[in-house]
Write a protein that binds this ligand. Structure first.
Ligand code: NAD
Length: 323
């Protein structure tokens, strides 16, 4: 890194499946003098991190406390309501203290309206502070490996881009400025909509081919060679044991939870409505992920479990000659 940036104090709020491994990268890679102040409503995770990095990670008592101790703050919480309370709670929120000149980065996947409301509040009350949406893609495995992508809600020429890119490069591989406020989220939601639709279509196409007598590995080869080629089929195939590294081959574990896909899909469908985009697959897609996320056979598993939800055959190997 040629340019030196001063990240002496960094705050991190929300240390769940994604936030915790992201924080671990910062703790391992920031210069030794940097201090990390962390807060999560679940204290246990903070205590674990304190034990792992006793000289580096400090426990904050609230989001407000994080804001008082640090110059740069990253948030990674589940939904818009959590982002609202983390930033705007009048007693314990980030904005309940003076955040002038601070750099605030929200990596949560939420609705664009909430993100813009938080940004507007900050612009009005603390004009020298900078707030960015910067949702991520790449899942928990990517967060652990440090390979996630950041979709940054600003223009390429934004004065903070280099600084943001430097910090995010410690946690991920690609940082893509998407053009302006909330456009990181718009990009992320349209990406997850597309990925969710492809997973349903791939499940249906595999199922009809298999029921017609095809080996799913042959089907996957055909799609890869033909016009249906896509990453879901190649690397996240919903049919178990077509691609060994896919979550489906590991009991649909260690992937992107179906409830999160349901949440992102619903946010994408709302966004499409709001901007007047025709969205013929949105209704059936949402109904499918809604059903799968409530189904006890699918809940908490990788979203490609939609194949199971749609009645796809999982033990195909026992029926295929030579397997
Ligand atoms: P998670 O539920 O595992 O973690 C969220 C953390 O936020 C929890 O530890 C929770 O205690 C904490 N939290 C909630 N409200 C809080 C508050 N008011 N103050 C402080 N902490 C609070 O969720 P996750 O999987 O880490 O996802 C976080 C965000 O990242 C979501 O918006 C999700 O859609 C997005 N995302 C997740 C994945 C994934 O594969 N898990 C991938 C990309 C993006």
């Amino acid at each position: 890194m040629s340019e030196a940036f001063d990240f002496k104090t960094v705050g991190f709020i929300g240390l769940g499946a994604m936030g915790k491994p992201m924080l671990v990268h910062l703790a391992n890679k920031l210069p030794s003098e940097s201090q990390l102040y962390v807060f999560d409503v679940v204290e246990q995770v903070v205590d674990e991190l304190r034990t792992k990095f006793p000289n580096r990670v400090l426990k904050a008592s609230s989001a407000r406390d994080v804001a008082q101790q640090t110059e740069t703050i990253i948030t990674m919480v589940p939904e818009g309501s959590h982002v609202r309370s983390v930033y705007l709670d009048p007693q314990k929120g980030v904005c309940s203290t003076d955040i002038s000149n601070k750099l605030l980065i929200d990596c949560s996947t939420i609705d664009t309206a909430t993100s813009l409301a938080v940004k507007d509040y900050i612009a009005e009350n603390f004009p020298s502070a900078s707030f960015y949406d910067s949702p991520v893609s790449g899942g928990v495995v990517g967060a652990v490996k440090g390979t996630i992508a950041f979709f940054l809600g600003c223009a390429e020429w934004d004065p903070n881009v280099k600084r943001l890119t430097h910090l995010m490069s410690l946690m991920g591989k690609q940082i893509i400025p998407c053009g302006g406020p909330s456009l990181g989220l718009a990009a992320k939601l349209s990406n997850n909509y597309l990925s969710g639709v492809i997973a349903i279509a791939c499940s249906e196409a595999m199922d009809m081919g298999m029921r017609s007598g095809l080996d799913p590995r042959t089907l996957a080869k055909v799609y890869a060679a033909g016009t249906a080629q896509n990453t879901i089929c190649d690397r996240f195939n919903p049919v178990p044991h077509v691609y060994p590294e896919a979550p489906s081959s590991k009991g649909y574990k260690e992937g992107f939870k179906v409830q999160l896909m349901r949440k992102d899909f619903a946010l994408a469908v709302d966004m499409a409505k709001r901007v007047g985009s025709k969205n013929v697959l949105g209704g059936v897609g949402l109904e499918t992920y809604d059903g799968a996320s409530k189904d006890p056979r699918c809940r908490d598993l990788d979203s490609r479990v939609v194949y199971r939800y749609l009645g796809g055959q999982e033990d195909w190997q026992s029926h295929v000659n030579g397997s």
